[in-house]
Write a protein that binds this ligand. Structure first.
Ligand code: KE4
Length: 430
């Protein structure tokens, strides 16, 4: 048996940082990443044979748990028929119809291979459809690593952003305005001064990349009105929240709170691929028809709508559409958050959490943060000690205080109870 440490050392010789995506390297929490060998249901096993209750679920896709039989069968059957054709297939139509059937705001959809690709394409389409260059995003929201979206807030309010990554020319991000999430005053001023130049506002409606932060109803209501008033497209990045917080995504949650609410475009990923490389972006037909080959906005992909990935996604959507699925998942997730809060109270530690559907977050704080600055001001050292205390007790949480967590349909009340018990012990350790 090879240890995680040996695998990590070997990986670092041939892969930058030893990982193919930075968050996996445990750099925010320290320690040695676990090299996962297999997974089943709510559990993952690492190279040393240690089992963990999995609250990452591949960062959202594994909403059914790992190895769901119906999904596995669909993938195996699709693979036998062929991995990829570079030609249209019926199953792409079926998946597009399934997405459109579940998300009323979407009239047409295009399938791609990653959330980054979907967000990048939606951004280009918004700019092409409006003929405008400027965009608004919010600090703490992540929309994938397309250049124009790797931006941090500019110095002044209405000044444009600066790259968060080397290799991104300032010319590329000079049209990107970064505002504070849930900050109505900044939103009003940005539209008052530049509304006629804004192509779109891209937002994570329930943000999972600054742990778990909801856009307030007043903020979302005003954002919708300002986009409509100024002809900017409201783009919901539901790569994480889509088909995860509710069957209709976060937009269905806001539609219950804000009469008639809907975004103009939506970006999806993760759950719709069921763990395979698949994402999508969609919206009204008049906007989507601007895309090649119909319109002037180019977008393409060798493996877009891949026949094996679409089989995985379709089978996943079919399972989560079954009656009672989200009620049961929400109950489990709420039970977890309430349990963590109770364990913290017993340990005399300030901890507060929130959840929607199968997505949750918790903070070492007394009240739920409303923006990125407050999230990042919470006790990092406390979080990191807790993370490792839980890992040592067989519970695999997101390895960073700014990440959300995920419960699957495979997590049982016994798994939740075991997690809460481990939390009590880890918190008591200090
Ligand atoms: P991908 O390109 O990683 O498929 O999707 C990018 C993306 C876009 N939009 C949102 C709201 C997202 O959460 C993501 C990706 N989420 C991260 C989790 N923080 C994926 C994990 C990782 O980067 O390894």
């Amino acid at each position: 048996m090879t240890s995680n440490a040996d695998l990590f050392a070997r990986a670092q010789r041939v892969i930058p940082g030893g990982v193919n995506s930075p968050v996996r390297a445990f750099r925010a929490v320290g320690g040695t990443p676990r090299f996962i060998q297999r997974a089943q249901g709510a559990y993952i096993w690492d190279a040393e044979g240690s089992r963990y209750i999995d609250y990452i679920g591949s960062w959202g896709p594994m909403i059914l748990g790992h190895g769901h039989p119906a999904v596995l069968e669909a993938v195996q059957k699709a693979a036998v028929d062929g991995f990829s054709f570079g030609a249209p297939t019926e199953r792409e139509i079926e998946l597009a119809e399934a997405i459109i059937g579940l998300v009323p705001s979407v009239e047409q959809v295009r399938l791609v291979s990653s959330g980054t690709e979907a967000g990048m394409s939606a951004l280009r389409l918004a700019r092409g459809a409006t003929g405008r260059n400027k965009i608004i995003k919010f600090e703490g929201c992540y929309h994938g690593h397309a250049d124009a979206l790797l931006v941090k807030a500019g110095s002044g309010l209405a000044t444009f952003g600066f790259p968060t990554s080397a290799g991104v020319p300032e010319d590329v991000v000079k049209h990107t305005l970064v505002l504070e999430y849930n900050n109505l005053a900044q939103l009003e001023e940005a539209f008052a001064t530049q509304g006629s130049e804004i192509a779109c506002v891209m937002i994570e409606p329930i943000a999972g990349n600054m742990n778990f932060v909801r856009a307030s109803v007043p903020f979302m209501t005003r954002l919708r009105a300002l986009c409509t008033q100024h002809g900017a497209l409201l783009v919901f990045d539901e790569v994480m929240s889509g088909f995860r917080v509710a069957l209709g995504g976060a937009q269905s949650v806001y539609a219950k709170l804000i009469p008639g609410f809907e975004p103009d475009m939506s970006v999806f990923g993760k759950v719709i691929g069921g763990g395979m490389p698949l994402a999508a972006f969609g919206g009204k037909k008049d906007v989507m028809s601007q895309l090649a080959p119909l319109g002037p906005v180019y977008q393409a992909g060798t493996l877009s709508g891949n026949p094996v990935a679409t089989a995985c996604g379709l089978a996943t959507l079919q399972e989560i559409s079954k009656p009672g699925f989200f009620e049961a998942l929400s109950a489990q997730t709420q039970s977890l958050v309430r349990g963590l809060e109770a364990a913290a109270r017993d340990a005399g530690v300030a901890l507060v959490g929130d959840s929607e559907g199968g997505m949750f977050g918790f903070f070492f704080a007394s009240e739920l943060p409303q923006n990125y600055g407050v999230v990042m001001a919470t006790d990092k050292e406390r979080f990191n000690r807790f993370f490792h205390g839980m890992l040592d007790r067989g519970v695999y949480l997101a390895p960073a205080l700014y990440e959300a967590g995920f419960v699957s349909a495979a997590h049982t009340p016994a798994d939740i109870a075991a997690t809460v018990a481990a939390a009590g012990q880890a918190l008591a350790q200090g």
